[in-house]
Write a protein that binds this ligand. Structure first.
Ligand code: ATP
Ligand code: ZN
Ligand code: ZN
Length: 598
């Protein structure tokens, strides 16, 4: 099913009607305590509905929720019928003017002017004393709202029409479900999700830090988080080495002309930072993508069919202007480090190379236990200026990618308008614990850049030909990937990724020196080890280690010292085991070396 069909299905559902009706009920209830409030929009959303208000000088806070909910219950008891009627623009204007609903008037005009109102007629719904311009559908009457099916949730600021230059309205969010049980289940699930949320864990586990003075969307990686980045990167270097990738390194700022050539200017301009003037003549940009640099490296010397495929890889920093409201912890940031690579190949190699990339994805996903995803084939949209204008090439390359997916028995959903400006993409979409879906991995076929960069190779028949380019970023950016991994593991990383791999807990003073020698031994083997030599009781030391989600806690007392053993407590496993010290060290080293998902 396509996303648009899902939306259609939702719109015809009882739940949608319920949420829509509740939005009207809430607006009426709010007007009872703030009669002068002006109304913005009030649509259903995934977990309920919201309504935007302009409260002027009389703000509303969550302290008012109780009263609003009480009013809503009264309105529900009154069984107010939802009745619909239409009005012409001038009739609508004078009616809305009576209650000073200037936002509604603005929108009414827009609907009529843009031809979105049927025959110029605007649709209204009335229940009790409350009238709202709205398309419906609604319940028959307010009495049909199931008991305990809704709850006011939170307040947020929101610009009218999402435009930062317009008034900031107050958005009241509410949760609403078919019945009380479903509402309760949702709230419980959300509470659990919040515990795993990467921003919360990121701060509890000292993984990263965002400082307003450094800038929003510009996270700084603390030592613990940097460990995870570097472990992933080490792993990727090995995997890419085995897959025939060659690493390169390129600068993060670049002359404007490069981006005119690539087409990032103008196609990608909205996501780029303003240019810097250097030497009073040239404009330079912070790079939003690495591709153009790699194309230049390809073009730096003559290439022959014998050299192809050429696979250039770089874990590189890129900078993108992302809207303030879309930023979220590490999930969407403005400075990021991307697991990027570009494959230059002959046309007849595209299928095999694309397939190999998909296999590499599978390898990564299996290893990391990232099981919950959907594959999206992202296509261009005809006559949309966001995409390079070449319908034939679009269809041709989209077919190639679709074919590869079919041949590899990969289930996927197609979505138009999600392609890169230069070609179709296979995107792997993952939802985070809060239900927000983002692209993690992407693999793209590019028919535009070879032309724009005049890339060539000498074919076997001696003629000059254009290569194809595959762009791929299986592990996304460190930022986004790690945000998902934090939530996937609930902050409890497997030993090979864990910031602290072993915590040593000496039970008493007598063993202290012995344990510190074990620490040296582990250190020598490059195991990230910590020893708790504080004066705390050993039970407390263990609890501290558990809070930090350290995968291996080794408890050592007199017995262990005598027997050269450790009492080993794994994270989240209650029973402890005894192991010889030698064996314990060897095991942890092996887990590290083989990247065991212990
Ligand atoms: P999105 O649609 O998520 O904005 P995109 O399609 O513009 O991403 P690409 O240019 O394909 O992104 O970048 C490769 C990968 O980098 C994406 O698949 C995504 O995983 C990651 N990524 C992109 N933008 C961000 C960002 N602002 N913060 C963190 N990671 C990002
Ligand atoms: Zn409505
Ligand atoms: Zn690229």
């Amino acid at each position: 099913m396509k996303a648009s069909e899902k939306t259609e299905e939702y719109k015809n559902s009882g739940l949608y009607k319920l949420r829509h009706s509740l939005a009207h009920i809430m607006a009426q209830a709010v007007l009872q305590i703030r009669p002068n409030a002006k109304l913005g929009f009030g649509p259903p959303v995934d977990n309920g509905f919201y309504y935007d208000f302009d409260f002027g000088q009389e703000p509303v806070s969550s302290d008012d929720f109780k009263e609003i909910e009480k009013n809503m219950k009264k309105i529900i008891k009154e069984k107010q019928a939802f009745q619909t009627f239409t009005k012409s623009l001038s009739e609508a204007e004078s009616m809305l003017d009576e209650t000073d609903q200037s936002y509604k008037i603005e929108y009414a005009k827009e609907l009529v002017e843009t031809g979105k109102a049927d025959n110029g007629q605007l649709n209204f719904y009335k229940n009790g004393p409350f009238v709202d311009m709205c398309e419906g559908p609604h319940l028959e009457d307010t009495g049909k709202v199931p008991k305990g099916s809704f709850k006011l949730d939170k307040i947020a600021g929101s610009y009218w029409r999402g435009d930062e230059k317009r008034t900031m309205l107050t958005r009241i969010y509410a949760l609403a479900f078919e019945n009380n049980q479903e509402l309760k289940d949702y709230i419980a699930k959300r509470e659990l999700a919040k515990q795993r949320e990467h921003r919360k864990l990121g701060s509890e586990l000292d993984l990263f830090y965002i400082d307003e003075e450094v800038g929003v969307g510009l996270p700084m990686w603390l030592p613990n988080g940097t460990v995870i980045r570097e472990e992933l990167e080490k792993w990727v270097h090995e995997v890419e080495f085995k897959h025939g990738f060659k690493r390169v390194s390129t600068p993060i700022i670049t002359r404007a002309s490069l981006y005119y050539r690539s087409g990032h200017l103008p196609y990608y301009k909205e996501s780029m930072y303003p240019p810097m003037k250097i030497d009073d003549k040239d404009e330079y940009y912070l790079r939003p993508m690495i591709c153009p640099h790699h194309h230049k490296i390809y073009d730096a010397m003559p290439r022959s069919y014998k050299d192809l495929p050429i696979r250039l890889a770089e874990y590189g920093d890129v900078f993108r202007y992302e809207k303030h409201g879309s930023l979220s912890g590490l999930l969407r940031v403005r400075a990021m480090c991307m697991n990027d690579a570009h494959i230059y190949c002959e046309p007849q190699q595209v299928e095999e190379e694309f397939t190999k990339v998909m296999e590499m994805y599978k390898f990564y996903y299996d290893k990391l236990r990232l099981g919950n995803f959907r594959v999206r084939l992202s296509l261009h949209e005809k006559d949309n200026s966001k995409f390079v204008n070449n319908e034939d090439e679009w269809l041709r390359s989209e077919n190639i990618v679709r074919d590869v997916l079919h041949k590899n028995n990969i289930d996927f959903e197609e979505e138009t308008g999600e392609a890169a400006f230069y070609g179709p993409k296979v995107d792997i979409q993952v939802k985070n614990v809060m239900g927000r879906e983002e692209t993690v991995s992407t693999c793209q076929l590019d028919f535009v850049m070879p032309e724009r960069f005049d890339l060539q190779y000498t074919a076997s028949d001696g003629t000059q030909k254009r290569p194809f380019i595959i762009h791929r970023a299986p592990l996304s950016t460190h930022e986004r990937m790690i945000s998902f991994l934090i939530e996937l593991y609930g902050g409890a990383f497997p030993t090979w990724l864990a910031p602290v791999q072993v915590l040593l807990v000496p039970v008493n003073e007598t063993v202290m020196e012995y344990v510190s020698r074990i620490k040296d031994q582990l250190f020598e083997k490059m195991i990230r080890v910590e020893m708790d030599d504080s004066g705390d009781k050993f039970n407390k030391k263990i609890r501290k280690g558990i809070v930090k989600k350290i995968p291996n806690i080794w408890i050592i007392g007199n017995n262990e010292m005598e027997q050269k053993s450790v009492t080993w407590r794994r994270y989240c496993v209650n029973e402890q085991t005894n192991s010889s010290l030698e064996e314990a060290i060897a095991t942890v080293v092996r887990w590290r070396d083989t990247r065991e998902m212990d």
